[in-house]
Write a protein that binds this ligand. Structure first.
Ligand code: PXP
Length: 248
């Protein structure tokens, strides 16, 4: 199982002080250094979200990481003509299409691929034709998985936020929904990734409950842990936890 490291929070911290003076020689922390640290810690890919409002990652961050870092790059983006054009310019290895609301702190809820099927189709076609592998960040619902299949998305990222934010019976129910959605995706030949709210505490139950996971995209917990151990070690700790769980 692979680990995609989301480094958006590094840009969030930089923006907290330097949003209006990004060219300052003092601007820190460096997102490029974060990507390198993640790579040294064993990350399998780097994820970043360039939002319509550019609240954390900037176009220049994505372009710099694309140029300098050898790991596969996963661009999270909303389905707008501006972002599709940016993806065609950046040429990341993967794009994960996410819903975007201005007022949210982080991505809340999956993309409604059923409702937005018509709007998503041309964007996915364009990016696929440019050699980008497109994923859809969706809630664990069979109808959403089937819409992803109709849209010919080769992979999906199942939204694990609801699983992560509940305990006990509600968590068990959500895990079952995730397992069923993953199973349907595998039947349809779709690669299954997962992300949102995954941390060192809830990882085991997730991995044991869903046997089809290909890649986990994790951000917040890695940056939180990094405050105490450094980002390289934080990523190494997560990789280690993941490989312990997937040992035969
Ligand atoms: N996957 C997607 C699509 C996301 O939007 C996010 C949050 O930016 C993540 C994964 C990572 O979530 P977290 O920061 O909770 O690990």
């Amino acid at each position: 199982m692979l680990l995609g490291v989301n480094i958006d929070h590094v840009a969030t911290l930089r923006q907290a002080r330097y949003a209006t003076m990004l060219d300052s020689f003092n601007a820190e922390p460096s997102v490029l250094e974060a990507a390198y640290a993640a790579q040294r810690g064993g990350a399998d890919s780097i994820t970043l979200h360039v939002r319509g409002d550019r609240r954390h990652m900037q176009d220049a961050d994505a372009l710099l990481i694309r140029e300098k870092v050898q790991l596969p790059l996963n661009l999270e983006m909303g389905n707008t003509p501006e972002m599709v054009n940016f993806a065609l310019k950046l040429k990341p290895d993967y794009v994960c299409m996410v819903p975007e609301k201005r007022e949210e702190i982080t991505t809340e809820g999956g993309l409604d691929a059923v409702f937005y099927e018509k709007e998503l189709a041309p964007s996915i076609e364009k990016m696929t034709a440019a050699g980008i592998k497109v994923s859809l960040f969706i809630d664990p619902e069979i109808v959403q998985v089937e819409a992803a299949a109709r849209l010919k998305a080769p992979m999906i990222e199942l939204h694990t936020g609801c699983y992560a934010n509940h305990e006990g019976e509600l968590r068990a129910k959500e895990l079952e929904r995730l397992r069923m959605a993953a199973e349907r995706a595998v039947e349809l030949g779709i690669q299954v990734n997962a992300g949102h709210g995954i941390n060192f505490q809830n990882l085991a139950q997730l991995v044991e409950g869903i046997p089809f996971l290909y890649e986990l995209n994790i951000g917040h917990t890695l940056i939180s842990h990094a405050i105490f151990v450094g980002l390289e070690q934080s990523v190494r700790d997560m990789k280690c936890a993941m490989s312990e769980l997937t040992k035969a």
